[in-house]
Design a protein around this ligand. Structure first.
Ligand SMILES: C[S@@+](CC[C@H](N)C(=O)[O-])C[C@H]1O[C@@H](n2cnc3c(N)ncnc32)[C@H](O)[C@@H]1O
Length: 215
């Protein structure tokens, strides 16, 4: 997907991927992670996800998002006045222990997210076409060399629908993260016939998987 695609989604508020409530698996997944606070969490391709508020209870949260509108809306909708600073090709919006790096995720440099113990990917990997996914995983490893990744994927028969979101199979996850020391499948949710955030897809099967990946 080209940046223009995502900018248009935000300008036209075609953001059916946005969840108006916390992701329902978060409490049970968090228990499985046995976190010891403080945990610094990185949320790549974060949009204005309310899940960032969940992670904030464990420590500071850093997001990366292309759209300035998304960043502004996130803070406005919480009623928070964000500070804004320029950092090279990015702007950083920050308030209340949440810092959003607005700009291209792929242009972030190694030290920029700071110390990170946990990466949370919901609708980030699956937002990218196959040709960009390996670069995405390599960039995660570069930005957060010592973090664990909580990854949510979606799988459906790809021929039945055009992404995004794209189907990412279990085999592809294992291939993309071939450098990881551990890939644990934590949960599988059957979403067939059920909505994905604000969207309803006409596909014959829809599965969400949650993984914990350590490298
Ligand atoms: C499917 S949405 C998911 C947003 C969020 N993770 C959520 O769960 O609501 C994908 C997001 O990635 C952002 N995005 C796409 N390409 C990006 C890039 N190269 N750098 C930073 N953000 C990007 C889009 O603007 C969009 O908000």
């Amino acid at each position: 997907m080209q940046p223009e695609f995502w900018h248009q989604c935000w300008q036209q508020q075609r953001i059916g991927f946005h969840q108006t409530e916390l992701h329902p698996l978060l409490p049970v997944l968090t228990q499985q992670l046995r976190l010891v606070a403080p945990v610094h969490t990185f949320v790549p391709l974060c949009g204005k996800s309310l899940d960032m508020l969940w992670w904030r209870q464990f420590g500071p949260v850093v997001g990366a998002e292309l759209s300035e509108l998304a960043c502004q809306q996130f803070f406005q909708e919480q009623g928070w006045l964000a500070q804004r600073e320029a950092h090279g090709s990015h702007q950083v919006f920050s308030a209340e222990q949440i810092r959003l790096w607005q700009g291209d995720f792929f242009a972030l440099q190694a030290e920029q997210p700071g110390q990170i113990e946990l990466i949370y990917d919901r609708a980030a990997l699956i937002a990218l076409p196959q040709s960009m996914r390996l670069a995405y995983t390599q960039q995660l490893k570069l930005l957060c060399p010592t973090a664990s990744l909580l990854l949510l994927t979606l799988e459906y028969p790809q021929a039945e629908m055009q992404g995004p979101p794209f189907a990412v199979t279990d085999a592809e996850v294992r291939d993309l993260f071939g450098f990881a020391s551990e890939i644990a499948l934590l949960a599988v949710r059957d979403l067939t016939g059920r909505p994905f955030a604000q969207r309803q897809f006409s596909v014959s099967q829809l599965k969400e998987r949650a993984y914990l990946i350590r490298w």
